[in-house]
Design a protein around this ligand. Structure first.
Ligand SMILES: Nc1ncnc2c1ncn2[C@@H]1O[C@H](COP(=O)(O)OP(=O)(O)O)[C@@H](O)[C@H]1O
Ligand SMILES: [Mg+2]
Length: 137
């Protein structure tokens, strides 16, 4: 299933959050694709604020942020990460299993290791100066 959204303002971002909450089950892993500045981290901020998690920041430097409030959300950025050993050190798979939702920016090579999990994908882009999102479930 694939659905395209324009999400150029807060209300339009909230529409995509609604769609994700309605259409993916808990324990899902959501792959966030798209270039720098395409809106990946902003989307996770909006999603998380639905569950009164208002402290989301980019995980680029720490690789993984775990938020635990009404639910558990893991937010991961694999931009700088390469080896299996590094991934193992993060307790990556244990984390997925303990999270209600896992969001992964720059999933790259890890994607093929996720076939045992329920995954969804959001492709972010900027087209004619408008932020867009294609949700693939
Ligand atoms: N849907 C959107 N509509 C308008 N501006 C956005 C949207 N998403 C992100 N931005 C703006 O673009 C900038 C980069 O967004 P960010 O979410 O950090 O991108 P990414 O995580 O993909 O690198 C931020 O300043 C943010 O305010
Ligand atoms: Mg980001």
């Amino acid at each position: 299933m694939q659905k395209n959204f324009i999400m150029n303002n807060e209300k339009e971002i909230e529409n995509v959050v609604d769609y994700i909450i309605k259409n993916i089950s808990k324990r899902s892993v959501v792959l966030l694709k798209g270039g720098l500045g395409s809106g990946k981290t902003t989307f996770v901020k909006h999603f998380s604020s639905r569950f009164d998690i208002n402290t989301v920041s980019s995980p680029s430097y720490n690789i993984i942020h775990i938020y635990n409030n009404k639910i558990v959300i893991s937010h991961i950025d694999f931009y700088r990460l390469h080896t299996d050993a590094e991934i193992k050190e993060l307790n990556f798979y244990e984390n997925i299993e303990e999270s209600d939702y896992t969001f992964i920016e720059w999933p790259g090579n890890i994607e093929k290791s996720l076939r045992h999990y329920k995954t969804a994908c959001i492709e972010f882009d900027i087209v004619n100066n408008k932020h867009t999102a294609k949700v693939i479930i």
